[in-house]
Design a protein around this ligand. Sequence first.
Ligand SMILES: Nc1nc2c(ncn2[C@@H]2O[C@H](COP(=O)(O)OP(=O)(O)OP(=O)(O)O)[C@@H](O)[C@H]2O)c(=O)[nH]1
Length: 364
Amino acid sequence: MAHGKIPATVVTGFLGAGKTTMIRHMLQNAGGRKIALIINEFGDLGVDGGILTGCGIETCSEEDVVELTNGCICCTVADDFIPTMTKLLARPDRPDHIVIETSGLALPQPLVAAFNWPEVKTKVTVDGVVTVIDAAAVAEGRFADDEEKVAAQRAADESIDHDNPLEELFEDQLRAADLVVLNKADLIDAPALEMVRSEVSSKIARTVRTIASENGRLPVDVLLGLASGTEDLIAERKSHHEMEHEAGTPHDHDHDEFESFVVQTGALADREGFEDALPELLARHDILRLKGFADVPGKPMRLVVQAVGKRIETYFDRPWKPGEARDTRFVVIGLHDGLDTETKHQIEAELSAAVSGASRQAAE
Ligand SMILES: Nc1nc2c(ncn2[C@@H]2O[C@H](COP(=O)(O)OP(=O)(O)OP(=O)(O)O)[C@@H](O)[C@H]2O)c(=O)[nH]1
């Protein structure tokens, strides 16, 4: 597109739903489109940016990835997102499309609303909000089990309205959607998938397209080119937070509900033992998500570690660069209440033991 507004796609979705995997597939199949990627990463370590820039795709140069590392878009739109966008738009090589991956913990509404800011509105339009969900998790009822109870409680008592923030966040992400991707369809059967589809539809007042995917492998034309102009529609897709404000019950919108911290350990001496130990370690401390990179001695490649619930995945993504520190670092994300300083130290010690193989030796 030589002139006119640049379309921007906002990819949102819960932790570990498969946003990065989908975007990576999209970049690999961009079909000549020049896509600029903005990543809003929760935590100190831009792991998703690292994974995407490490993908080795010709069309995906490191300069095209811009990371916002200081927290949720919702709180940093003014001082972080807008300048990033302005900088991107000032570049001589205009992208054909902008893709923004939001943090798994961000509300999409404020971000989409930010496209109405004067500096941005004249140059960019929101092509669509694509919400990726982990259909396998939803099929297990992970965001649905207490729904009625919570709704009833909320109606009865405003002061407990954040008792189930994960579920609210999930619903807010669905409400903002122009397209919902039911990812991880490979992990469930057809009836379960249909159940998830109708549950998703029941949470969205409008008719929104849903599409099943495995590892985010969807034709790029399905994801890009929705031409929704969502910035003009987002006021109708209110989040719980916005509705509560309008109801005149301002509350402490506290991102401290979630907490992330970075753990740096020694090199990964015992990959198998580490993978075996990890699910229990995460469950023991109610960790929502762990991801990072590891140095496996003797291997020229960097090992990516991904963990969501019981599912652990490790793979080598790219060689360590000359001069790059072969660090082993993980971002750990959990609920704020469950992560006091003592617990963090405990997690750090347990991760170090698992990485070094000490925990396996102790068990034997
Ligand atoms: N079985 C299966 N696994 C998947 C699928 N899509 C993604 N995964 C895996 O799920 C994990 C999380 O995927 P990501 O793409 O990192 O998820 P994300 O939404 O970017 O996660 P956050 O960055 O934490 O918000 C990875 O281990 C993926 O390989 C899928 O369709 N099926």
